[in-house]
Write a protein that binds this ligand. Structure first.
Ligand SMILES: N[C@@H](CCC(=O)N[C@@H](CS)C(=O)NCC(=O)O)C(=O)O
Length: 124
């Protein structure tokens, strides 16, 4: 039988939940990020910028890629998590400690340059 039972939530004011940053890339991961200019692979470019800035993060690779046309039939399935997180299917995306999502290598590279690890953890 259902009774009016108060929902008790225990909140520890001093506690903080720390989530690791997650970089999602295609299956090429960090590869080819150091190639010059337009030849650099977007996912590798994002990873390189984070590495050079000294950020630690979890790397998750997803299947598919616009040039890998044989993966097209499974694109929606392969990129479901990316779509849920960012509203589109392209990688790289970076999920910050606070849950904010950065989409695209340009945004990730800019963020890495502007937010050294210490500033990033103080701000969150
Ligand atoms: N302009 C984007 C391009 C990113 C891009 O081409 N990503 C590929 C993987 S390397 C991708 O996910 N393409 C979309 C798709 O496969 O659906 C950026 O610089 O981040």
């Amino acid at each position: 039988m259902w009774t009016d039972f108060p929902l008790l939530l225990s909140v520890n004011a001093g506690a903080s939940v720390s989530l690791a940053m997650v970089l999602y890339t295609c299956s090429d991961g960090k590869a080819f990020g150091g190639l010059p200019g337009p030849l650099a692979h977007p996912c590798g470019r994002a990873a390189k910028a984070l590495d050079e800035a000294g950020h630690s993060y979890e790397l998750k690779t997803v299947k598919g890629g616009s040039l890998k046309i044989w993966t097209l039939p499974k694109r929606a399935q392969d990129r479901a998590e990316i779509e849920q997180l960012s509203g589109q299917r392209s990688v790289p995306i970076l999920v910050l400690d606070d849950g904010k999502v950065l989409t695209g290598s340009g945004a990730i590279v800019d963020w890495a340059k502007e937010n050294p690890p210490q500033a990033a953890s103080v701000a969150s």
